[in-house]
Each structure stands twice: as C-alpha cells, then as structure tokens.
Design a protein around this ligand. Structure first.
Ligand code: UD1
Length: 311
C-alpha cells in the first residue's frame, strides 16, 4: 500500500480520486483551499482513518513542500487548478499562478523531499483545435486558451524535473470528464452537468448547433482509477497519455438518454453554435492502455443513468 498526496482533493476529480485510493487501501493526505472544491465532496473520505485533509493553498510557496516533508508520500497526484477555461481567459494572471506556478512548487516539493512520482492533471485543451481524429499524444500542441497553454507549460516543467531528478512523471490528458459532483454553476460548465441539473429541475436544455457535435466523454470513476494506476502501479515509467474512452458520443445521443429518463421535460431547444465551438473531439486511448493498462470501463449510457438515478 502507498502513501499518496492529492492536491485539489475536494474538487470534482480530486474527491473521486481520493475515494478510489482509500477503497484500494492506500493512505491519503488531501490538500484543498476550497476556492472551488467543496467540503461535502469529501463526506465519504472523512470516514476513513487513513485520510487526512489539510486546508491550504498549494500555490503558496512552501506549502506543498512542508506537507510532503511531514507526510513523505510515495506519489503526489497534482489536481489542484483553476479549472475553468473561461476564467483563464478573464483572469490569465490567476491562471498563471494556479496552473503554472503551483505546478513548479509541486515539482520542487517532489525534488526536495524525494517523492518518487508525480501524476499531473493535464487536458485535451493542450491540443487546441485539432482536426485529425482520433487525437494521438504526438498531435500538434496548439492551445487556444491560457488554460490550455498553462497545462502544456506544466507538462514541460514536470518533464524537465522528471528527467533531471529521476522523478517518474505521468501527465494525464483528460478529455470531457463527467459524473457526480461536477459543478453545473456556469454556462461554460461541462454540458452533462448542465443537462443533469436542468432535467432534474424539469426544465428543457439548450443545444448549441444541431447536436451532431461529438465529444469523448469519460466517467469520473474511470478518471479516478486512471489516476490511481498512474500513482501506484509498479513499473510505471514517465510519459504522457490521453485519458479518454476512444469513443465519440454526440450531444443528441446524450440528450436522448436524459429525455428517455425524464419524459415530461420539454424537448431540447436548438440555438446557433457557440463561437469557437469545435465540432469533434475524440482521443486515441492506446497510450494509457500500454503504459498503465488503463481501459475506460464505464459507458456513457451507464454513466448517465447513474447520474440521473443515483444510488
Ligand atoms: C471545453 C471547455 C470550454 C472550452 C472548450 C475549448 C469544459 C467543460 N469546457 O468545451 O470551456 O472553451 O473546451 O475547446 O471543459 N453545449 C450545449 N448546451 C449547453 C452547454 C454546452 O449544447 O448547455 C455544447 C457545447 O456548445 C459543445 C458541447 O456541448 O458543443 C460540449 O460543451 P462543453 O461541455 O462545454 O465542453 P467543450 O466544448 O469540450
């Protein structure tokens, strides 16, 4: 069993990752400053005697290192971030601090405290408007937002530390993650979280465009498992991998599942496509399979049904 430090532990992906690690019997210290993380996300984790939560900001110099010195983790899973692309556009300075500077502090904490592994929450946003599907890890990196640029910069910083100081670094390029605890607060939140809330409230949804656009939607349960594999699997070496399913699902297919489960809710309204919207995004899943033996196992259909009928 391993000791794992998780930054952003109270977030959407962080809290599921913590839950998964605890179920597997690992000892976990979580860090969160609750800027966007939520205390209720850790309700289950708090029942485990092997879980410790520290309320702190990893973007503050010294914080990650002090906690790593105290806890001596085998791996750090760095998920703390500014998670909204829109917020990165309106406040690129904050994006720099939370999505680039904090990564360097985590890399330094690992170097100075001799942490063997770092797992990093990267994003398909580093590819920008890729046109060739499926997107392989070797595709051109052309981020089109400060958020995407910061995730790419962080990968580079971590790879440099990995190669220079013998730290195993796994960069996990998440595609469109969905599942319980995803915040539907803004119009730019993940489309499935928005649909889930609107259907639950009996309100119709808006589809931007004809609904034939596709995404590689991956369940947060699979993402949590991929993070745990990257942090704990024996023999893993440094590298980057898409964390995706390799399957495309259209918005019409997503809406159809909700409509079937909520027959009285009005049909979706269509509005013109959002400016800058990409039509298709699909990842190639082979690298994660080869490096981590990770295969997404939750279908979009099952993931949606679990979201709609919890328990
Ligand atoms: C992701 C980012 C977005 C960024 C874009 C850049 C997330 C949650 N969003 O968007 O901030 O600008 O990459 O490529 O990571 N949609 C609807 N109705 C809604 C909400 C969304 O039809 O109420 C559509 C969108 O227009 C889009 C699709 O659903 O076509 C998916 O949207 P979203 O979940 O925001 O993800 P991305 O488009 O991949």
């Amino acid at each position: 069993m391993s000791k794992i430090l998780v930054t952003g532990a109270a977030g959407f992906i962080g809290s599921h990752t913590v839950d998964h690690l605890l179920r597997e019997g690992h000892t976990v210290t979580g860090i969160d400053n609750f800027r966007t993380g939520r205390r209720e996300n850790l309700a289950a984790a708090h029942h485990a005697s092997t879980f410790t939560l520290i309320e702190a900001d990893v973007a503050e110099p010294g914080v990650a290192e002090n906690i790593a010195r105290e806890f001596q983790p085998d791996a750090i899973i760095h998920l703390a971030a500014l998670v909204s692309v829109q917020e990165s556009l309106s406040d690129p300075g904050l994006n720099q601090r939370l999505n680039v500077d904090a990564t360097f502090l985590v890399a330094e904490a690992a170097r100075r405290q001799h942490v063997a592994r770092i797992v990093f929450a990267s994003s398909a946003a580093i590819y920008g408007d890729a046109t060739k599907m499926p997107i392989r890890e070797s595709a051109e990196k052309a981020p089109i937002s400060p958020y995407g640029a910061a995730k790419l910069a962080s990968e580079v910083i971590l790879s440099g530390h990995g190669a220079s100081y013998g730290i195993t670094v796994r960069c996990q390029r998440y595609f469109n993650v969905f599942g319980p605890r995803q915040d539907p607060a803004s119009p730019y939140s993940g489309v499935i979280s928005i649909f889930a809330r609107r259907y639950r409230e009996g309100k119709g949804v808006t589809i931007f465009g004809d609904g034939r656009q596709t995404r590689d939607f991956i369940s947060v349960y699979d993402v949590a498992r991929a993070n745990a594999l990257a942090a704990t699997r024996a023999g893993v070496t440094s590298g980057v991998a898409n964390i995706c399913t390799g399957r495309a699902t259209s918005l019409l297919e997503v809406a159809a599942v909700f409509a079937r489960e909520h027959p009285t809710v009005p049909a979706p309204r269509h509005e013109p496509p959002r400016p800058g919207d990409i039509i298709h995004s699909l990842g190639a899943a082979e690298a994660a399979a080869a490096a981590l033996d990770f295969h997404a196992s939750v279908t979009v259909q099952d993931g949606l049904l679990e979201l709609i009928r919890p328990g």
